[in-house]
Ligand binder design. Sequence first.
Ligand SMILES: [Zn+2]
Length: 263
Amino acid sequence: MAEAKTAICFIDRREHMEIDGRYLKDLEPATRNLIKGDYPKSKVTDFICDHDLLKYQLMRVDGMVNSDVKQTQKISRRLTKAMQSDDYDIVDVNDNLAKSLTFGQRVSDAVARFGGSWGFIGVFTFVLVAWMCINALHLFGMHFDPYPFILLNLALSCIAAIQAPIIMMSQNRAADRDRMSSENDYHVNQKSEHELRILHAKLDNLTQNQLPHSLEIQKLEIEILGQIRTELDMIQRNQLGNPKSGLNGNPQQENENSSEKDS
Ligand SMILES: [Zn+2]
């Protein structure tokens, strides 16, 4: 029979029909390498029956699943480690500064706050105008600082001299607060970047390893299903062929049955 080609499985040395097995050159490289590992002398032109091939296909699936699980665990460990190794405590800047404030610093803050407000300008203008009016117009019979108001000049100079360092003290502490909060931001950013890198690695692993693997596993599953189908067909053929009652309406099956008997 021309269509019923047979081949000898190089593992069990038995004769099989060609459709019941594969040549090594038709296999996936990874599966072929597994066979080569067990049988170093095998050639690409060798034939392997489905029964023996199944073992290597299952080994291949096992290998892929194991490597995927290992890789996922590795990345998860890295992520956990990165999250645990973060020893920088985020500082609550405002709370921290408020606790360490001395009395002098509180006063300087209050002075700086009042000195930079419209209220201060209003009050100061009123005092200046009142001072000048009282001394220029001799109101209430008082003229303790006659024109050109030298005492007022002295008082203003003194206020300016004291207010400047007080405001500078307050500004220094504002700078401190900014420095602390930017330090916080820096650490948070660094941590986010690190975690993002690991998430990237996770995603890459998913798309570059696990997805192709699961597709390959699917392919192997379909192949194994095909093999089961062929074997079922064979069993059916044998069952139908034994009684020879002519129930079998498929002439090709009869041909194959007869060719099996021939071989
Ligand atoms: Zn075999």
